[in-house]
Design a protein around this ligand. Sequence first.
Ligand code: ADP
Length: 507
Amino acid sequence: MKKLKILMAASECVPFAKEGGLADVVGVLPKHLARMGHDVRVVMPRYKRVDRERYGLKQLPGVLVVPMGVIGNQYCGVWEGRIPGSDVPVYFLEHEGYYGRDGLYEMNNEGYLDNDNRFVFLSKAALELPKMIGFEPDLLHAHDWHTAAIPVLVNTTYAADPYVGGKATVLSVHNMQHQGNFYEGLMDVLGIGWEHFTFLGLEKDGETNLLKGGLYHATVLNTVSKGYAREMQTPEYGWGLDGVVRERAADLFGILNGVDYDDWNPEVDPYIAARYSAADLSGKKLCKRDLQRTFGLPERDDVPLFGMVSRLVKQKGVDILAEAIHRILALDVQFVMLGAGEPWTHFFFGDIKNAYPDKFNLYVGYNNPLSHQIEAGADFFLMPSAFEPCGLNQMYSLRYGTLPIVRATGGLDDSVENFDGKTLSGTGFKFWSHDAGALFDTVGWAVYTWYNRRDAMEKLIANAMAKRFTWEDAAAKYEELYGRALRKRLGEKTFVRRYGKDKPVSG
Ligand code: ADP
């Protein structure tokens, strides 16, 4: 394939700024694309937490002028760095007023009131940047609502821009719940004309919905699993935009994220008590003991230990877990939980810890080493999510021989195979109905298997540990997706040249 020039714009990128799985994709995918020979560059805000010295950022000469419609021009400095371990340039937009704050999106659970301007600015600055750095991309890749205005602008305000006008665009959706819906007047900041404020444009329930605009205008769309690509077309998972997604279904693809196996590998993991492999699991026993000790639970080999690492929010199924937890802890099991989130969960599971001190313990907060220790030391890993576009922990769990118990949704359904008691195939335990009964039954099934079917457990663990979800595979699929976007764009331009008509499908 021809080597491409790709500009990727996003609100997060590891290791600079991360809140969720989006940051992993933006930080890792470009490295792999660069290894395949593509010229990929990333643009993102320079949040207060992005330390210029630590990452060796260098300031580019000049300022970037960004026209913000009725707000007028805004100006920012641009700092250049590299994604660590690669030559991939990252351009950081330095605008003190928009990004010089502690949070990425919010403070004390309250979204910033100017998030509309902050991310319209990011989208527009990404389109102004190519002129400044002399980089004409073949394709622009936007992620989630924060940069979903890019495909819209490329087709409208920037259609005649010599660097980005009419270029192919890809929009990746990492979560349909967050759409960037704001007051209608945002149209005047975008400056794209009120004719786009319609049912077939950015308007949704009287508001300006940035994700909706991106879904209509991007040349192709993708999300982070095939399962979620199907689900987001349904009212249950579409958060009101399922109709738009259905309309674009022919251009929608699902690509599962990869795992960074340099970081998540029990054979070399520096955070865990003992290293182990599929061929020799003795280290895993030591990790279990260590985990029990860390959480102050009785050090027993003869009890199944459940682990959970998660943002403690409704999406992750903490509500149905709260409903089932007493029944689960009535069994002879242990349970350790790491996470933070909605305040009620801290109180609720704190009470559970007091009620079952020998069975349950909870660590409230974010703790990366501890998350590795849970992956290594637990027997089962629980993910009862209401929806899960991709999910990473179930993939880590498989590598660590810690059998995932998941609700069969999105990426969880795509990456975990259900246990079959007859053939002993499968890599974990699944349930479909999102309720406490189904969750409890499946936990019970896993507990029964653990106590009574050692043969099956050993086989399941071996199956799980042999699974790989690599970034090499994912990057090859993104390359294919880019090829599709470019061909489609070319086809549309040829159509316009021949017939003098506007957009047959997108653009
Ligand atoms: P999401 O992006 O919806 O939060 P993912 O499963 O895609 O869910 O990614 C979550 C990532 O964050 C995983 O790597 C997980 O281990 C990590 N994580 C979540 N909560 C914690 C925590 N409290 N401590 C350490 N790591 C956490």
